[in-house]
Design a protein around this ligand. Sequence first.
Ligand SMILES: NC(=O)c1ccc[n+]([C@@H]2O[C@H](COP(=O)([O-])OP(=O)(O)OC[C@H]3O[C@@H](n4cnc5c(N)ncnc54)[C@H](OP(=O)(O)O)[C@@H]3O)[C@@H](O)[C@H]2O)c1
Length: 490
Amino acid sequence: MLPGASASSAAAEAGAPTASGVSTASTAATAATAATSARPARSDPSGPVRVALLGYGNVGSAVAELLSTRAAEIATRTGVHFELAGIAVLDLGRPRRSPGAIGPGLFTDDAKPLVERSDVDVVVELIGGLDPARTLVEAALRAGKPVVTANKVLLAQAGGELSDIASANGVDLLYEAAVAGAIPVIRPLRESLAGERVLRVMGIVNGTTNYILTRMTDDGMDYAEALAEAQQLGLAERDPSSDVSGEDAAAKAAILAGLAFGSDVLGTTVAREGITGIRSLDVEHAARLGYVIKLLAIAELVDGGPDVSVRVHPAMVPADHPLASVRGPFNAVFVEGEAAGELMLYGRGAGGAPTASAVLGDLIDAARNLRAGAHAPAPHRRRTSVRPTDDLRSAFYISLDVADRPGVLAAVAAAFGDHAVSIRAMEQDGLGTAARLVFLTHTAREGDVRATLDALAVIDTVVRVGTVLRVIGADDGAPLHVSHGSARSR
Ligand SMILES: NC(=O)c1ccc[n+]([C@@H]2O[C@H](COP(=O)([O-])OP(=O)(O)OC[C@H]3O[C@@H](n4cnc5c(N)ncnc54)[C@H](OP(=O)(O)O)[C@@H]3O)[C@@H](O)[C@H]2O)c1
């Protein structure tokens, strides 16, 4: 609703045609009472495609703006003419920026009748969260209407069931914007790589954490400082916990695992670690060793499959790996395929306009499919077991705060040896009472590394077990030359 407009003034404007021919709430009101059952076949397949927009926040308002200001251009380029049939919001009284031809009469705070209206062809869900998004998406699909959504929480929790409902009703459920915003990731995985045996998908899929880690790496900021700056710039929420804890990335990892491997993994069950424990010293050590710390969402086949691993954690990425160069709020998804080899998709992972661009791409697909009486293939699904992280193998970076006393190294080395974790490199920082030991291990079983950490924690000269990070792409064959305070590959 426009600033100052009330719900009643919006209702009074119902029926007023707008400059772009966008229909208003009078059509809405009439149709809402007329049709709550399944959508009849489109009477004029070449006519406009009418869109119900659920949510008018960051992304929803950007989608509405694109639809209203670029309708003619989109029609020329794609042959599809979109019309906004209605916009559902939570609070009709909230002041709104309504660009272009979006009349206040389009707004409603009752989403369900809008979804079921007979003059609505496609539903775009941009409310977010589980409820009522799930009920509304289900209602739309059951009414035979394609749905476009950017809702990773919903897809990570109920994507499989919703895909089944979409397939059963012969309509699209498209969600390119749910992972990595503007970057085409879903369509390439679902279509371009449909014949590929994907081995691993590894993504930087959270712009907030990548911004924080980039500032820590490039500018020596500590975590709190970098987070405060991200919040100031609007790159982090006031409550950043979903981002910094890895929860947001875990939902995206679950979606990627579903696409790449057909796994029905719930976002809430994905093993995750966030970035709150990363210290400036870790970033410095990583740089000296030739690595950059990144928060990664990983879905991969374990030992060639069929078991998979789906997880989110910060990792040391070799400085020359393509993911290491993904900086600031940018996102990237790195895919390794058996025949295709390695490829990386890179771009803006969030923000109203970039995300709206991905939504619009899906809308155009959905409209074309609707016209053709077709729908996009649902991702193939199969029962997969997710390997517990303890059974995975990786090289590790381990930092220990120790008392700098004779014998400390021997005790520490024994703890590693007792659990079959072999040390590839070691570095010592500081002298006197507060020394820091940093280890790089050879590839080891994660369960053995955990047991080593437990043993280290009870050594009396170990003051604290600090940061523990997996190391991506560590080459066991290339021993590191390590000296006091520095390390380099040999
Ligand atoms: N923002 C991004 O950069 C980004 C990137 C990728 C994906 N996404 C996803 O896109 C979706 C939308 O995100 P956003 O940032 O645009 O969210 P947002 O700014 O919080 O907007 C949410 C919108 O939903 C409306 N809403 C809430 N409850 C509703 C209800 N019960 N019925 C009808 N409308 C309701 C709100 O109405 P009021 O305006 O009245 O409060 C608001 O307009 C989420 O799933 C998000 O994960 C966002």
